[in-house]
Design a protein around this ligand. Structure first.
Ligand code: HEM
Length: 477
């Protein structure tokens, strides 16, 4: 699958850079402290921090600086500066504090770990995501989609977000962990919902880690959900060990086997159960929430854009003619991939990212001290009219090879970039295209009228309210 966006020179800076010199450093303009408090009250409601980012981009352009207490914070809305942070300074950047605090849930998994430990874990997990390897997952993905679509009937109303969550969860469990979570799906979904609801509240507390064991009602619910989730994961590990014992083979080839049988370079220890738990829960959550949200938004956008939907159906008819898609069909399902790409532009499942520098960093004419926080938002950058004219219009044509080549690489970065780029990117493109194609060959999903559609930026970009769709036979087949 094509990674979205290829390198192209950036256009000239859209503004004259204004530099404010202070204490030997060079900062761009931004919010004053008092203004910040005002803005925090006005915009930075826990329910939608995107409003603050949009305000910064609209007011200060490509880069803005402000202070929160003694911390320097920089919001970047410039593809070249984003590349600089993600790609050019691997040794001088760590994840920012909100992501570090995800350790409360994810421990030392791939998303939260740093340095040599992270590199080792990434090396172990990488083969499970290689192209040849994920090719074997294609049939499992379509098999799950066929089961899901068979559970619907014409005229039925479905909550598309819930359906896609369950489907994506089953796909990750089957492909990467060789396990069936069908009986646990609803429970896992419920626990993850509880955690997502409470997570932002929890990390907004000063010294969140210290509060974790306080007997506050929200925290009790968070702990209970986390314990239940851990129990499912530990059961998956135990099942795997039992199967390996019975079959007398420790490595059945899936990701979990790789994690369980790998030793560090010195030939030393296997991962402990707690380390395994951290990696499994990380990949589960990273791998299903994101894809499920991307699919949910795609069904919504297709229903709202009948011309694009008709072209999508025409491609499926021409390439597949009603049969189940396979890996070999993927290169022909170009428009389907463009639909998925455009959907992740408008509704990026990972809607913002950040880093903290461990050394002084220069960006264009600016120079920031060690410890500065850098934030950037896929949601804001990918709706920038300079790179995506008429940005709210759903237009898959923005993702032809020519259109992609004409944009700077980091104008579109749903999967991040650099050394910490999403390990599951190829997996996600393949899953997105196969699931859309498999479901659309039987059903057309119509949006029920008078629904409130809004985003809810949690860890991923979820719909704020359930999106109800009516299932209809797809008459084009
Ligand atoms: C549409 C789907 C997806 C989107 C939009 C997405 C987005 C991202 C982004 C933006 C990052 C980088 C975070 C950062 O650098 O701070 C990331 C990292 C990661 N993603 Fe994904 N992801 C998706 C699907 C998946 C899937 C399917 C898996 C696994 C099955 C996965 C596993 C991971 C892991 C383990 C990391 C951490 C990698 C590391 O730091 O080494 N993601 N993802």
């Amino acid at each position: 699958m094509a990674a979205a966006g290829t390198s192209a020179p950036d256009p000239q800076p859209p503004q004259q850079w204004t530099v404010i010199e202070r204490g030997g450093y060079r900062y761009p303009p931004g919010l004053s402290l008092n203004l910040l408090f005002y803005l925090r009250r006005r915009f930075f409601k826990p329910s939608n921090p995107i409003l603050l980012f949009q305000h910064l981009a609209a007011t200060y352009g490509r880069i803005a600086h402000y202070k929160l207490g003694w911390q320097h914070i920089v919001f970047i809305n410039h593809p070249e500066f984003i590349r600089e942070i993600l790609v050019n300074h691997p040794q001088e950047m760590i994840k920012e504090r909100t992501q570090r605090r995800m350790k409360i849930l994810l421990g030392e998994g791939l998303i939260t770990s740093e340095g040599a430990f992270h590199m080792r874990q990434r090396r172990i997990a990488a083969p499970a995501f290689h192209r040849q390897r994920i090719a074997a997952y294609a049939d499992v993905m379509t098999e799950r989609a066929i089961l899901r679509r068979a559970s619907w009937h014409a005229g039925q109303t479905i909550d598309i977000g819930a359906e896609m969550m369950q489907l994506a969860l089953e796909v990750v469990a089957r492909t990467l962990f060789n396990t069936d979570v069908t009986s646990d799906v609803l429970a896992i979904n419920h626990e993850v919902n509880v955690i997502m609801d409470l997570y932002h509240y929890l990390i907004s507390l000063p010294l969140a880690e210290a509060y974790l064991y306080a007997p506050l009602p929200g925290l009790t619910r968070f702990r209970r959900a986390r314990t239940r989730l851990n129990a499912v994961v530990h059961r998956i590990i135990a099942d795997h060990r039992n199967r390996a014992r019975v079959g007398n083979t420790a490595d059945s080839g899936d990701l979990l086997s790789m994690l369980m049988t790998s030793r560090d370079e010195e030939g030393g220890g296997l991962m402990t159960d707690d380390q395994l738990r951290d990696e499994i829960i990380t990949i589960f959550l990273a791998g299903y929430e994101t894809v499920a949200n991307a699919l949910t938004w795609t069904w919504l956008l297709l229903a709202q854009n009948p011309d694009a939907e008709a072209r999508f159906h025409a491609e499926l008819k021409a390439v597949l003619g009603g049969r189940t898609p396979t890996l070999d069909d993927l290169p022909q399902l170009r428009y389907t991939e463009m639909v998925f790409a455009e959907s992740m532009r408008i509704y990026p499942p990972a809607w913002a990212m950040g880093r903290q520098s461990t050394a002084d960093i220069a960006l264009g004419p600016y120079r920031f001290p060690a410890g500065t926080y850098f934030f950037f938002s896929q949601y804001v950058m990918q709706r920038d009219p300079e790179y995506f004219p008429d940005p709210l219009r759903f237009d898959p044509e923005r993702f032809t090879p020519e259109a992609k080549a004409a944009r700077p690489r980091f104008a579109y970065f749903p999967f991040g970039g650099g050394g910490r780029q999403c390990i599951g990117e190829s997996f996600a493109w393949m899953e997105g295209v196969l699931l859309l194609a498999t479901i659309a060959q039987q059903w057309r999903l119509r949006l029920l009228p008078d629904q409130q559609i809004d985003v809810q930026p949690k860890i991923t970009l979820r719909p704020k309210y359930p999106i109800h769709m009516r299932v209809e036979e797809n008459s084009s087949f």
